[in-house]
Design a binder for this molecule. Structure first.
Ligand code: SAM
Ligand code: SF4
Ligand code: SF4
Length: 348
């Protein structure tokens, strides 16, 4: 698979004073995704096992203060972008406090959240005021009955309304994430693309990925190439638009449209060469790759009294063990055979 642009390692210390988080492939890590919870108010079939997941006891998940301390260390080491995810980040009671604490970190240029949008609508003003700048809302179907099949819950209309409300509330970046699956929603890609014609919205199609217990199968998998073909047939050829260096998304546009269309092609065209991301799970483990099984518990170190320098030493050592691509796995077939946490407990 093609690697994205090579990244020049940064020699200078990060603005916060600690050295940057470089791995052995010259990639500098400036983006941290933090899972706020393993809980969720939906039950998406592609994200969690049918019988649910064993939840980490509350006392073993990071508190808002612990998240704040770790996030500050990452930001002092050059992280400029943080995204809150889960589980569903908005089911966490103190989600707004976390947003406010992180929003106040000097050096952070983007603070985002990935949410299923179910309870987003009424919280938009508070989130915006607390410093949230980027919203990614997940929605896999525009058909209410299908929403119920995919998520085992109701609420499709509420999610779509929340997306429009987020646009109206002036969030600088609003994206819709849609996982495309054969026999589930692959016939809706054109309808999703049409949402971008009049809205300043990025619709991003995600290739279906295998995770622990999500019953992934190649038969359900739809490739980027196939999606592009279906869209071309439905709305005509899209224009390719420029991507940023660390983009995980290949961007296009319907000529003249207000928003963009993107494809997250982790399975057929990975973008690991430009990877700048790290993940902190709700139970306080650092995952240096979405697909890597290596984890280090920053929670245990922190609760054991580690100093900032000791915590950072753990982080740096883990970053230097990072594999080049897909957590050291060859492709989606090998990933499907390997062990990984269910997506809901990683924080996608
Ligand atoms: N609950 C929030 C949401 O759904 O947006 C945040 C967490 S969710 C795990 C983050 C993203 O991962 C969502 O956009 C979801 O669609 C995506 N995702 C979950 N399972 C996936 C899979 N098997 N393949 C591709 N994307 C997946
Ligand atoms: Fe919940 Fe998001 Fe996973 Fe769906 S994709 S079950 S909304 S965490
Ligand atoms: Fe980065 Fe791993 Fe995702 Fe590749 S698979 S982009 S290395 S997190």
């Amino acid at each position: 698979a093609a690697a994205a642009a090579t990244v020049t390692p940064s020699a200078a210390p990060a603005p916060g004073g600690y050295p940057p988080l470089d791995d052995t492939f010259g990639r500098t890590h400036t983006y941290l995704r933090i899972s706020l919870t393993e809980r969720c108010n939906l039950r998406c079939r592609y994200c969690m096992p049918a019988d649910g997941v064993a939840l980490t006891p509350a006392a073993s998940t990071l508190s808002a203060a612990e998240i704040g301390r770790l996030a500050a260390l990452f930001v002092a080491s050059g992280v400029t972008k943080i995204r809150l995810t889960g589980g569903e980040p908005l089911v966490r009671r103190d989600a707004l406090d976390v947003v406010a604490a992180l929003g106040a970190l000097p050096g952070l240029t983007s603070l985002g959240m990935t949410t299923n949008g179910l309870t987003l609508g009424r919280r938009l003003p508070a989130l915006r005021a607390a410093g949230l700048t980027a919203l990614n809302v997940s929605l896999d179907t525009l058909v209410p009955a299908r929403f119920e099949l995919i998520t085992r819950r109701r609420g499709q209309g509420r999610v779509l309304d929340a997306i429009d409300a987020a646009l109206a509330a002036g969030f600088p970046s609003v994206k819709l994430n849609c996982v495309v699956m054969r026999g589930v929603n692959e016939d809706e890609v054109v309808d999703f693309v049409r949402l971008t014609e009049t809205r300043r919205l990025d619709v991003r199609f995600i290739e279906y990925m295998p995770f622990g217990g999500n019953a992934w199968s190649d038969a359900r998998f739809v490739s980027y190439a196939e999606m592009l073909g279906a869209i071309g047939a439905g709305v005509g050829a899209l224009e390719r638009v420029a991507d940023d260096p660390h983009d995980t998304c290949k961007h296009y546009r319907v000529p003249g449209a207000a928003g963009r269309v993107g494809f997250i092609t982790s399975m057929t065209n990975h973008f690991c060469g430009g990877c700048n991301r790290l993940r902190l799970t709700a139970d306080g483990s650092l995952k240096v790759c979405l697909f890597g099984s290596d984890e280090v518990s920053l929670r245990d170190a922190l609760r054991g009294g580690a100093t900032d320098a000791e915590l950072l030493a753990l982080v740096r050592a883990a970053v230097r063990r990072k594999h080049y691509s897909l957590g050291g796995k060859k492709d989606r077939h090998e990933l499907a055979r390997s062990d990984n946490r269910p997506m809901i407990t990683i924080g996608g």
